[in-house]
Design a protein around this ligand. Sequence first.
Ligand code: 13P
Length: 220
Amino acid sequence: MLIKARDGHYGVPQFNINNLEWTKSVLTACEEMKSPVILGVSEGAGKYMTGFKTVAAMVSAMVDSMGITVPVALHLDHGTYEGCKACIEAGFSSIMFDGSHYSIEENVEKTKELVALAHAKGLSIEAEVGSIGEIADPEECAKITALGIDFLAAGIGNIHGVYPANWKGLDFEALDRIHKATNNIPLVLHGGTGIPDEMIAKAISLGVSKININTECQLV
Ligand code: 13P
């Protein structure tokens, strides 16, 4: 899905889901727009919905009973090591391991193990370098990309939630350096809520293929 987006110069939305109604709305809208979609599930949302197995069963049944024809992926958002393993077993199609709060060595070690586990079961895997709100180091991004991950989240001044009035915007120079250091891997832009359309378009032109949105739907 994301390689097609990268090569076709467009972005795929990741909408987080928190219950059945969110899922129904996202699927309805993406079917109407004829857009592929990634359903993101945080560990908290997974717990709220009684577990990742429930989520996987619900999504699979809804895609079937709603007659959804666009591609739908089910992806763990900001997963821990244990959460990633649970989603691999629960039937997710994709996971994110967020090791950005570890040292780069530990992030590399854990990401490497999860790449092997995910790929053995046919799941794709996203990794993260440089926590939200920070600017990622291109060399660290290259190290994580070399592990065989499928897409990479790298901080470029984006944050979760509503942006403060004095937000300086995305750091496109940093994005360009990261893109050049990571062999054209599809990049992920977290914190999609409140980023102006023209910044989203520019980010896509510089290698972003997946845009994550949660707060905007929470507010609605
Ligand atoms: P927002 O809540 O800011 O839209 O960010 C969502 C996100 O990045 C999920 O990983």
